[in-house]
Design a protein around this ligand. Structure first.
Ligand code: FES
Length: 151
């Protein structure tokens, strides 16, 4: 991991204000921001680790624990809620054995709940990575999850 971090940091050598792009590159590479990365960035940019952590925590896009290969998002916005989004989420939690924000033990899938994807006509909606699955039912959700678990 060290060499990969050094490589990424070298790309930003001397650039001021590059913290966010550095964090983005590291997350792209590892899928999250490992502790070791935070301390390497701290040395590189002469910032306190707590300061970097503070900046990264401000943005919902950054994760501090290893994520699954795929991210399952279940919508609980108004339209989806009214059409049973909560039941879909409960089923997905049960199937994966994780709570919202959690990741399966095999690191295949992470689960999140969100408030509206802007596809309300398709409610209830589940999104995996960039694929939107509409008019979700418990049976459909189970089949779709199986595809990703096998893949
Ligand atoms: S409320 Fe779920 S997509 Fe809008």
């Amino acid at each position: 991991m060290r060499d990969e971090l050094a490589e990424i940091l070298a790309e930003y050598g001397g650039e001021k204000g590059a913290l966010i792009p550095i964090l983005q590159r590291i997350q792209e590479k590892f899928g999250y921001l490992p502790e070791e990365a935070i301390s390497e960035i701290a040395k590189f940019s002469r910032m306190a680790e707590s300061e970097i952590f503070g900046v990264a925590s401000f943005y919902a896009q950054f994760y501090f624990t290893r994520r699954g290969q795929h991210t399952v998002k279940v919508c609980l916005g108004t339209a989806c809620h009214v059409r049973g989004g909560e039941r879909i989420l409960d089923e997905v939690k049960r199937e994966l054995g994780v709570e919202s924000g959690g990741t399966t033990k095999d690191y295949k899938l992470s689960l999140e709940r969100v408030a509206c994807f802007g596809s309300c006509a398709l409610a209830p909606v589940m999104v995996i990575d960039k694929n939107v699955y509409g008019r979700m039912t418990i049976a459909k959700a189970k089949d779709i999850l199986d595809e990703y678990r096998r893949g």
